[in-house]
Design a protein around this ligand. Structure first.
Ligand code: NAD
Length: 395
């Protein structure tokens, strides 16, 4: 079939397999171009391995450290006239590239919150790798089914007071006002249940108990602090409570990991366009402003640049640089640099539809949005018929 972007609101319901393959190839080329990472991990589990920071972690581990990887994700294969989800195509492309490079890569497609899937993954590690020396937890999920069958849903809402902000319509480039009522206490609690640290701890406990974490093993989770202008909806909102819970979980996991002489890290990453962040109200405006300023300053990075730098200069380097007073690894130092934020904030107050292209990089935001779904790659001919079915070995 011929596959074009189908955009509805902030969603794109189609994805292009060849463009997704081009995305993975570019990320691999970046990692290879930077050279091997000294003292990197050799056996890695990535939970949330098919998009954004998790996929970049899998690519960095495999192609920067020569690591065997087990990736867990929740993606949709193609069916009928529906394309697969971008993460499906990207994981299939990753598997092909890993196989060509002679690297072990196994993928499990299912609900990472479930006890059955955790046991399945533990069995795979036990049988194929023996142990792992890095566990990356990079899940961004809209909901979590609990053991008793009930479902907790994650919401993106302010706490205490309504939120009024602006967002940019992807189709029309109009700036639209948005208003959100504050979350109920139950919505706050549910968001922490889904996006907080509990499930990360469940994974690690199981792996430690089954003896599957190697001596000196590391685990890392990703968080975001962001700019003052996004705090009302992000860090002071429901998702921020979940992110604060990750700090609690990291402290507790440092004790758990000590049982194998290892440690737990929370890495504060830069704001970027991913499937998860595209759903955050008002983020399109902030990220468009940020991309413009950071590109002007020459400090802009994508997921792969961030994660490769995290592995090479922080996680597996012993200098201890880039760790803040709370013990978090800071990869957002360029985003939150005073001068960068001052420029973002001054433009934030001035931006209108008339000066959108001048003050922001909305064009870059839209390009990143389309690329995330495999569109807008120069190397792909989008007028060509393409097979939407991409088989992938799973389990
Ligand atoms: P993403 O949407 O690109 O990826 C989410 C991953 O989770 C995918 O692999 C998806 O398949 C998987 N997933 C979702 N539900 C699942 C389930 N039930 N079972 C198994 N897998 C499931 O998200 P992302 O932006 O890369 O986010 C990853 C982490 O990085 C999150 O903790 C996020 O808060 C954090 N982070 C993101 C940004 C940003 O700007 N995007 C910045 C800093 C930190």
């Amino acid at each position: 079939m011929i596959i074009k972007p189908r955009i509805r609101g902030f969603l794109c319901t189609s994805a292009h397999p060849e463009g997704c393959r081009a995305d993975v190839a570019e990320q691999i080329a970046h990692v290879r171009g930077q050279g091997p990472i000294a003292d990197g991990p050799k056996r890695v589990l990535i939970v949330g391995a098919s998009g954004g920071y998790g996929l970049a972690s899998r690519i960095t581990a495999a192609f920067g450290c020569n690591a065997s990887t087990v990736g867990v994700f929740f993606e949709r294969p193609a069916s009928g006239n529906r394309t697969a989800s971008p993460g499906w195509y990207k994981s299939a492309a990753f598997a092909e590239a890993a196989s060509e490079a002679g690297l072990y890569a196994r993928s499990v497609n299912g609900d990472a919150f479930s006890a059955e899937l955790k046991e399945q993954v533990a069995d795979i590690i036990a049988a194929d790798l023996g142990q792992v020396d890095l566990v990356v937890y990079s899940l961004a999920a809209p909901q979590r089914q609990l053991a008793d069958g009930t479902i907790a849903r994650s919401t993106l809402k302010p706490i205490g007071a309504p939120f009024a902000g602006s967002t940019i319509d992807l189709n029309t480039s109009e700036i639209k006002e948005i208003e959100l009522e504050p979350a109920t206490p139950e919505e706050v609690a549910d968001t922490v249940t889904v996006m907080g640290g509990e499930d990360w701890q469940d994974w690690i406990r199981l792996l430690v108990d089954r003896g599957l974490l190697a001596e000196g093993c590391t685990t890392v989770n990703y968080t975001y602090l962001g700019s003052e202008v996004t705090w009302p909806i992000y860090f002071d909102g429901t998702i921020g409570q979940a992110k604060k819970d990750l700090e609690r979980a990291t402290a507790e996991l440092r004790e758990t990991m000590a049982r194998v002489g290892g440690t737990a890290h929370l890495a504060v990453m830069k704001g970027l366009l991913t499937q998860a962040s595209s759903a955050i109200p008002g983020m399109s405006l902030y990220l468009s402003l940020l991309f413009k300023v950071m590109k002007e300053e020459g400090t802009d990075e994508g997921c792969i640049e961030q994660v490769r730098r995290l592995f090479a200069t922080r996680l597996f380097s012993t200098t201890g640089d880039g760790v803040d007073e709370e013990g978090r690894i800071r990869m957002d130092e360029f985003e939150l640099a005073e001068a960068t934020q001052a420029r973002v904030k001054s433009r934030w107050d001035q931006v209108t539809e008339a000066n959108l292209d001048e003050l922001t990089d909305f064009a870059g935001y839209k390009d990143a949005f389309l690329k995330m779904h495999g569109f807008n790659f120069d190397s792909v001919d989008y007028e060509q018929e393409v097979d939407a079915y991409r088989p992938m070995e799973l389990g």
